[in-house]
Ligand binder design. Structure first.
Ligand SMILES: Nc1nc2c(ncn2[C@@H]2O[C@H](COP(=O)(O)OP(=O)(O)OP(=O)(O)O)[C@@H](O)[C@H]2O)c(=O)[nH]1
Ligand SMILES: [Mg+2]
Length: 268
């Protein structure tokens, strides 16, 4: 099975374009699929639109009445996917502002089938790029990615800030089982969860690679929900937690995971 996770906040303009494209792409696979959307307190027509799609498409809605942020939405999406999936399944997560084209999904899934645990749709892989991004935004994004690469080096990974990725379901099940509610721990800190996921999975020895991807910012219709200051604060908090000399993530998680793996032969 393929599980596709979509975090959504006020995406009524993009969903009518994205969901049919996604459904067509997923129908080409011979395995079953399910789209899971977390509608996080949207105040526009997102919920109604999703309920309409649900009549004809295998779609499940997690509905938050109150906006809880991307961190809590990601936690709910990944926890539900880990409950519903089995070994051999793939979990794909993308944005629903129509800047992440579903046509890249087959390449992401092929790499999971080759044996990788996390495959990232990357603007920085050869053949990748972006359309419609202004130079200020490009500068900020390159700066943020350089910061992340410097402080959280992961073999095979250059694209840290784009959330369009495929994950081996088994690895997500392991992460949710090991970390519990702390798989995505930095919940009130904007989009930090996108970085936290890869760092936590790296600490569980996940194998990473990238496939080329073109960010279609020229297609973006909904307004941006990224709050740069809060997310930057999140990156700083995470760097401190990771390198903290007394029980920082980089040492404590690795040793706890080694002990946990010994006592959980299911995940070895
Ligand atoms: N569930 C949930 N989804 C959110 C929230 N904020 C943003 N999103 C979704 O997260 C995805 C990324 O949001 P964007 O606003 O596109 O952020 P970005 O891609 O980092 O930056 P821009 O494309 O420049 O806006 C989209 O699918 C949004 O609908 C939130 O508070 N809750
Ligand atoms: Mg976006």
């Amino acid at each position: 099975m393929i599980f596709v996770l979509l975090p959504a906040l006020n995406e009524e303009k993009s969903l009518p374009t994205l969901i049919p494209k996604l459904n067509t792409e997923l129908s080409n696979f011979n395995e079953g699929y399910k789209i899971i959307v977390c509608n996080d307190g949207s105040t526009d027509g997102t919920q109604k639109m999703l309920e309409d799609f649900k009549r004809s498409i295998p779609l499940e809605i997690i509905h938050h009445k109150i906006n809880r942020g991307l961190g809590e939405s990601s936690r709910d999406l990944f926890e539900l996917a880990s409950q519903l999936s089995s070994a051999g399944d793939v979990i794909v997560r993308l944005d629903c502002d129509d800047t992440h084209e579903p046509e890249f999904i087959p390449n992401l899934i092929n790499k999971i089938r080759e044996g990788y645990d996390v495959v990232v749709a990357s603007r920085f892989a050869e053949g990748g790029g972006q359309l419609g991004v202004n130079s200020y935004r490009t500068f900020i994004s390159y700066g943020a990615n350089s910061f992340m690469k410097l402080f959280f080096p992961i073999k095979g990974l250059r694209e840290y800030s784009c959330g369009f990725r495929a994950y081996r379901a088994e690895k997500i099940k392991e992460a949710v089982s090991f970390f519990g509610n702390n798989f995505i721990q930095l919940k009130g800190l904007g989009f930090t969860c996108t970085l936290e996921k890869v760092v936590k999975l790296k600490l569980l020895d996940a194998k990473f690679t990238e496939v080329p991807f073109i960010l279609r910012y020229d297609q973006k219709q909904s307004s941006s929900k990224m709050v740069g200051s809060v997310t930057t604060l999140g990156y700083i908090v995470m760097t401190i937690l990771y390198y903290w000399p007394w029980g920082g993530w980089r040492n404590s998680i690795k040793s706890r995971h080694a002990n946990w793996s010994l006592s959980n032969d299911h995940f070895q």
